[in-house]
Design a binder for this molecule. Structure first.
Ligand code: PLP
Length: 504
């Protein structure tokens, strides 16, 4: 790596990226290309001879940018954001610049120690009990994704349980979540060797919340125990993907702990908000769980990838995941005075992800970070208020954080958009006729397709309790109130057309 050439090309790259951000709201948010578009544009094979960075960047602009869905666009309201910031970006540059592989303490002491320190800082910000911090014999680690965090904690719980009941009983182990739990749980249980028949996606409460009821969990566990099975692992969610529902941690732990189960909390999106005192109550009951994770790369400005996982008992993780070949043997490890993060995760190699988290925490400070998060919640509230003022629409579930679930209401969808009675949240009316629901879903699906085809905004959907809902998730760093107002205008304009033509 020639430093002189690196400086020249690096400056060019920074300029390119800065220009991209400068112009980002000029691109259609959802990429408008057709499948296979890129193969038609690029050569069949890699070049034999070197090509200058200028030519490559030209091709990026011409061929790659059109095929991007612009996740950092201020009008990106889809899925959950994966936001980035100057500090996150620079932290990533530093970590790539050093490119150390800190699998063991000795392989790069600063990488390991900084990770332990920032995980304690962040744990304190979340007011996690001391038992999750290194000073309380727990600890935190940064994984690439929630999926990996669940695989690792579930493997730890499996091995703990099998050491009690015998390895032959693996087929009896049962994993629990709700039908709103992220599919990461099901994938993890497949990987960890749980019998697919023993995966329980318990129906969430169909009243406004879509949270997992402790009563339903209790019934499911009792029935499994009666059948001779062994409850193993519960994944509770704080901020479900479809509607940001919050499972009640304390009461769920009360049930799970009666049976010696491992409880993991997946707060992939909403965990960030819990550094604000006014949102901390969403993780009340955390003291009863065994592990807790959230994706800082969603709503904590680090950029991909940065899933923060805390465990109360690191020994359970390491006894499941450690492998110590001779070529990795070293004195600090033998002394047992150090953390070797390779034993807290799947892979041996690992990136220096703590760097960007450290930069984010230091560059913005806790006060600003809280205010950024609050500003996103405030903008979601603004969007919610705009929806509520239009009688054709309804808010489908109460908003907890920075995401609004809404739809054209059934009585409008089935009456060609001519409001005749004041709206009430139809979710509370028992037993909407099937054809009304089908028609309502079709209208909302058409509306979302039209909104996204416009290229002005990008939102996504969920289906909950048979209802097709549109999700507007605020969380991109560049989003301002004017983008919220514009997004709502786009929704309204397309609703005008669709409701007018609907059923013609
Ligand atoms: N859990 C929840 C609640 C999520 O919303 C998501 C992604 O949106 C995930 C897990 C998946 O996270 P990952 O891609 O880091 O595995």
């Amino acid at each position: 790596l020639d430093p002189v050439e690196f400086r020249r090309q690096g400056h060019m790259m920074v300029d390119f990226i800065a220009d991209y951000y400068q112009n980002i709201d000029k691109y259609p948010v959802l990429s408008q290309v057709d499948p296979g578009y890129l193969r038609k544009r690029l050569p069949e094979s890699a070049p034999d001879n070197p090509e200058p960075i200028e030519t490559i960047l030209q091709d990026v602009q011409e061929h790659i940018v059109p095929g991007l869905t612009h996740w950092q666009s201020p009008s990106f309201f889809a899925y959950f954001a994966s936001n980035v910031s100057i500090a996150g970006f620079l932290g990533e540059m530093l970590s790539t610049g050093f490119n150390v592989v800190g699998f063991s303490w000795v392989a790069s002491p600063a990488a390991t120690e900084l990770e332990s320190i920032v995980m304690d800082w962040l744990g304190n910000l979340l007011r996690l009990p001391k038992s999750f911090l290194f000073s309380g014999n727990g600890g935190g680690v940064i994984h690439g994704s929630t999926c990996e965090a669940i695989v690792c904690t579930m493997a730890a719980s499996r091995d703990q349980m099998l050491s009690r009941i015998g390895g032959d009983n693996i087929g009896k182990l049962v994993v629990y979540g709700s039908d709103q739990t992220h599919s990461a749980l099901q994938k993890a249980s497949q990987i960890v060797g749980i019998n697919p028949k023993n995966f329980r996606a318990i129906e969430a409460t169909r009243s406004t919340t879509f949270a997992l009821s402790p009563e339903s969990l209790k019934l499911a566990i009792s029935s499994d125990i009666e059948a001779g099975l062994v409850p193993l692992f519960l994944c509770a969610t704080v901020g479900t993907t479809a509607t940001t529902a919050v499972d009640p941690l304390g009461p769920l732990c009360d049930v799970a702990k009666l049976h010696g189960m491992w409880v993991h909390v997946d707060a992939a999106y909403a965990g960030s908000a819990c550094i604000c005192p006014e949102f901390r109550h969403f993780i009340d009951g955390i003291e009863g769980v065994d592990s807790f994770s959230f994706n800082a790369h969603k709503w904590f400005f680090t950029g991909l990838d940065c899933c923060c996982l805390w465990v109360k008992n690191p020994g359970a993780l390491t006894s499941s995941l450690s492998a110590n070949p001779e070529f990795l043997r070293n004195k600090p490890t033998d002394s047992k005075q150090v953390v070797d993060y390779k034993d807290w995760q799947i892979a041996l190699s690992r990136r220096f992800r703590a760097m960007k988290l450290w930069l984010v925490l230091r560059s913005y400070g806790v006060v600003n970070l809280r205010n950024f998060l609050r500003s996103h919640v405030k903008m979601a509230k603004l969007f919610e208020g705009l929806v509520a003022m239009d009688q054709r629409f309804e808010i489908v579930v109460p908003r907890n954080f920075s995401m609004v679930c809404f739809r054209v209401s059934p009585w409008v969808a089935t009456s060609k958009g001519t409001p005749t009675t004041p709206t009430s949240n139809s979710f509370h009316q028992n037993g909407i006729e099937n054809n009304v629901e089908k028609c309502t879903n079709e209208v909302n699906c058409k509306l979302l397709e039209a909104i996204n085809a416009s290229g002005h905004v990008f939102m996504t959907h969920a289906v909950v309790g048979g209802m097709y809902v549109i999700r507007c998730a605020v969380g991109v760093t560049l989003t301002e109130e004017k983008h919220i107002a514009m997004a709502w205008k786009v929704v309204q304009e397309h609703a005008d057309v669709i409701l007018k033509n609907h059923g013609d």
